[in-house]
Ligand binder design. Sequence first.
Ligand code: ADP
Length: 270
Amino acid sequence: MNAPQKAQEAMMTTPYYEAVGKEKLVFKAAYNQGLSILLKGPTGCGKTRFVEAMAHELNRPLITVSCHDDLTTADLVGRFLLKGGETQWVDGPLTRAVREGAICYLDEVVEARKDTTVVLHPLSDHRRQLPIERLGITLDAAPGFCLVVSYNPGYQSILKDLKDSTRQRMVAIEFDYPAPETEQTILIQESGVTADTAEQLITLAQAIRRLETGGLREVASTRVLIAAARLTTEGLSLREAARYAIAAPLSDDPQVTAGLNKMIEAYLTE
Ligand code: ADP
């Protein structure tokens, strides 16, 4: 299969997403009403996969931007670039989404520079407009456009909290790690491990999640469980896989990592 064919194939296959509650219903309702959507929850619990699945179900293109602390309004909206000796305007991802009526997913939106709210606010309320100051124009969002942002309240700090004025422009859907039976199905589906291996990893994850942070910034996500499960399919033992994919990524503190390794020995077979 050549590259364009592969890309087309990827677009046609429905992203696998295991529903955990009423999130699809709420997303569709908000989407139909032209409301913006905030996905709240810890890292690796399925927010991105959910947006991919919804974009597919609603048959809309999806434009994803991973926000970082240098991300400016110009990165989102566009800028003049020098092309062959001439300056030419190039749309940023948000502008493209507004013009195309795509779903625009701003992952970890609190990381972006504060000045981005200037463009996000008129887009995320009833106006659905994108002001492009450099061009002196304001674009009306094409039908189908939907702004979706994600936010991890666990990282919350005074500097990196989501502004009330931003939150109140959005319908918020809360995410958490899936219930054990659902997470087991996801693990099996995503890695091909046996039900027993998946169950062991989930029991371990639940024990880690019960720790009152215990020096951890984040507990074991569905994502790290999948990574551990995948390593076992390459021949690593379950304990080894968990050490590399769960204990080591979660902490840099040797004592905390040693504690996690002890839990691995207690909960996982060799
Ligand atoms: P987030 O965006 O919340 O950081 P992701 O959507 O990237 O997390 O989820 C991490 C991985 O976990 C996904 O790649 C997927 O394999 C798996 N996953 C988590 N939740 C689900 C779910 N409900 N259905 C299917 N896969 C899921």
